[in-house]
Design a protein around this ligand. Structure first.
Ligand code: HEC
Length: 159
């Protein structure tokens, strides 16, 4: 009996450490894919501030990034419909993840949420595949639609 408990404990501890390894590997891989994003969002995720205006939102202040990973995935599949053409020096968030392989996108999402959003949570290739299928027909969201999705997913999580 005691032995069974110890064995179970050993198995669950090794599962936990395997998960931590997966998270670390995904963060490393995602970082390597971040360069293109850094052009607008800044290598430190600060949104590349110029006097009085940012080129893109700061990730540190982003509520959307801290929300369920599905929200970030949708942003990358579809981009963001611009409310104000002059905002962010006229830059726009394009659907850069639309043609990215699921695994690369999963790593990139894991990286930016962990590094800039403080959410250390692995997003898997399977999740991205599922989100892509779910949002196949979703129209390009504006910020209000993204905030609504974030709230809906948070509510679903609470049960
Ligand atoms: C050409 C500049 C540009 C590039 C390159 C770019 N973005 Fe963006 N991104 C923006 C702008 C501008 C917004 C804000 C859009 C809006 O609100 O209209 C944005 C918004 C976002 C948001 C939502 C953040 C928030 O709180 O508003 C996320 C997440 C994001 N981008 C991720 C990425 C990732 C990941 C990449 C790299 C694959 C990337 N972006 C590349 C310009 C860019």
């Amino acid at each position: 009996m005691k032995k069974t408990v110890l064995t179970l404990l050993a198995i669950s501890l090794s599962a936990v450490s395997a998960q931590a390894d997966d998270l670390k590997a995904a963060i490393e891989a995602g970082k390597a894919k971040y360069g293109v994003c850094g052009a607008c969002h800044g290598i430190t995720g600060n949104g590349q501030p110029a006097p009085g205006i940012n080129m893109a939102p700061s990730f540190q202040e982003s509520e959307l990034l801290k929300a369920d990973a599905e929200v970030t995935a949708l942003i990358l599949f579809k981009g963001i419909k611009k409310d104000d053409p002059a905002a962010y020096m006229g830059q726009m968030m394009m659907p850069l993840g639309a043609t990215m392989p699921d695994k690369d996108l999963a790593d990139l999402i894991t990286y930016i949420r962990a590094e800039f959003g403080g959410v250390e949570e692995l997003t898997t290739e399977e999740q991205v595949k599922e989100y892509r299928e779910k949002h196949k027909e979703t129209a390009q969201p504006d910020r209000a639609a993204l905030t609504a999705l974030a709230e809906e997913l948070a509510k679903a999580e609470e049960g």
